[in-house]
Ligand binder design. Structure first.
Ligand code: ADP
Length: 539
């Protein structure tokens, strides 16, 4: 017997409709690429979303056509998210930090039909254009510019699309919640990037759960500033969760340095934010140097790479800001775990609690995690057994776009490529990417833990630990550091810092001082590059 409830589809457009209906006057603040500010509200955004959806139809775009974006976090990007998906097309966000060859590969692989981009990326698009055979419409996300229109006859202007569109356009009614709504390629340290294709249903369930108190905890009383780019796994779903709960939204544009962010945080009364550790390092240094506090800011989600415990302490002790350490990946929409404690932890001694808060956290309803050994046998959730982390749930990918890479699942689980431990409460600790873990004499050493410790050293600005080949032990840890400005590193003194903090045999064999740690387009350390350069330096 079926339940007798209304069979309403979970659609991206319904989030925009809800926000306009009940949070119409809640503000959206956006910084344009030229630094100028734009302000309106959910009602204004909704009007533009419908106009843009109408314009997409006029351009001849059909259901499931991919519409790409190369854009910062700004109000037009936000409108595109909803107009494209709401209209049945697929919003394909491109990471501008990728190499041009990777962008060309991704756009052609996705067979994108239109490309919307910010003024910043005009030179990039000019260079790419002749390689992009499937794109019929190049839309500059600006008002009409007659000079540019003359010199670039192939350009369309966002402002023109809205102006020429039908005021009374309404969302099409042929969309099923299981239809695709957005597409994101993983940066792929090896091999070609692969596409993860999200559905309306997965996106909505993910956004609903992400807003709950034990996950990211968003409400209509919050002012949310997503630092994580909208081209990085849909800014972790925040552009959907904010209008869903009616939070004020601040979109920071391209300026993600400490000073620009601080100004916005203070001026707009930002209460919650989200981003990768490298961005927060820059913000904290700026706040320290200028003796500024952020009185409205209550918490920030930190993920994408391990958040060094020293960063958690700085946020909490110096600024009274709670860090929600989170783990996820593109294939998980991206939310996998967030660190929020339980009732039974409230009476925990301070030092134990601090230790618990450094972990990647526990899965919300909707994510199931398991630790598996090399034979794909599940290991106990005892907080000690270390193995391959697998997961499953309604917002976990089942296969890559276009069937690339074949069937990625193992007995219905998605293998994440991370090595972790899991305790009986679901608290998970990432030990490493499986390809980065250091195997010394048959034992495993976590490069993440050694990096976290190095980042807590007052003289170190950035750090990476890699497995270097070793005659006797097969691999040994090698510490690569970028000292803070003007500081000379003494290798022996630095390595002594590890004494008592980790087992003796974990202490790196040597230190290499360098000017910069190479990172990929999503801010992760490019360990393959470091291994190529320094992997044989212990031989
Ligand atoms: P890509 O796969 O494109 O590099 P993702 O954002 O999907 O980008 O990366 C996911 C990976 O990032 C995870 O599998 C994990 O290794 C790493 N990661 C994400 N968050 C954390 C975290 N809090 N601690 C440690 N590693 C993390």
């Amino acid at each position: 017997m079926l339940g007798l409830m209304m069979d309403q589809q979970l659609l991206i457009s319904s989030i925009a409709d809800h926000a306009a209906r009940y949070h119409g006057d809640t503000e959206i603040v956006s910084l344009n690429s030229d630094g100028s500010q734009f302000r309106y509200d959910y009602s204004g955004a909704h009007g533009n979303m419908l106009k843009l959806a109408g314009a997409l139809e006029k351009l001849g775009l059909e259901k499931t056509d991919r519409v790409a974006t190369l854009a910062w976090n700004n109000h037009r990007h936000f409108e595109i998210y909803f107009a494209v998906s709401g209209n049945g097309q697929i919003c394909h966000t491109l990471n501008p930090r990728l190499f041009p060859e990777q962008l060309i590969y991704i756009i052609n692989h996705a067979e994108d039909k239109a490309l919307f981009f910010d003024q910043t990326f005009l030179p990039l698009v000019e260079g790419l254009r002749k390689h992009l055979g499937t794109i019929k419409h190049f839309v500059l996300m600006e008002d009409h510019d007659s000079e540019l229109a003359k010199t670039h006859p192939w350009l369309s202007f966002y402002g023109d699309l809205l102006a020429d569109s039908d005021e009374n356009y309404s969302w099409p009614d042929n969309i099923d919640e299981r239809d695709a709504c957005s597409l994101c390629y993983t940066s792929g340290t090896t091999g070609n990037p692969k596409g993860v294709l999200f559905s309306h249903r997965s996106t909505l369930i993910h956004a609903m759960m992400s807003a709950t108190p034990d996950v990211m905890n968003f409400s209509a009383r919050d002012c949310l500033l997503p630092v994580v780019p909208m081209f990085h796994v849909n800014a972790w779903g925040t552009p959907y969760a904010a209008p869903m709960v009616g939070a004020k939204l601040v979109l920071p544009g391209p300026g993600l340095d400490g000073e620009s962010l601080t100004k916005l945080f203070l001026a707009e009364g930002v209460t919650i934010s989200a981003g990768v550790p490298t961005i927060w390092g820059g913000l904290l240094d700026y706040l320290d140097a200028n003796n500024i506090k952020l009185p409205d800011m209550k918490r920030t989600v930190v993920g994408g790479s391990a958040c060094p415990p020293s960063m958690l302490d700085r946020f909490r002790d110096d600024y009274d800001i709670e860090v929600l350490h989170a783990w996820g990946m593109t294939e998980l929409s991206p939310l996998g775990t967030v660190n929020n404690i339980k009732n039974k932890h409230l009476k925990m001694p301070e030092d134990e609690l601090r230790q618990l808060r450094t972990l990647q956290g526990r899965p919300p309803f909707g994510v199931e995690l398991g630790i598996f050994d090399d034979e794909a046998k599940q290991l106990p959730n005892d907080g000690k057994s270390q193995g391959d982390l697998y997961c499953r749930g309604p917002w976990v990918m089942s296969e890559y776009f276009g069937g690339e890479g074949g069937d990625p699942l193992v007995d219905g689980w998605f293998p994440t490529g991370d090595v972790a431990t899991l305790d009986e409460d679901g608290f998970m600790c990432i030990r490493d990417r499986s390809k980065d873990i250091i195997k010394s004499g048959g034992e495993w050493i976590s490069s993440v833990e050694l990096e976290n410790l190095a980042m807590g050293h007052p003289d170190i600005g950035d750090a990476a630990v890699i497995a270097a080949s070793h005659k006797k032990w097969s691999e040994r840890p090698l510490l690569i550091v970028v000292p803070k400005d003007g500081i000379q590193i003494d290798e022996k003194v630095l390595l002594e810092y590890y004494q008592g903090k980790v087992a003796k045999w974990w202490i790196p064999d040597a230190v290499i001082v360098t000017k910069e740690i190479p990172r990929n387009a999503t801010g992760k350390i490019r360990k393959n590059v470091l291994r190529e350069e320094y992997g044989n330096s212990l031989r």
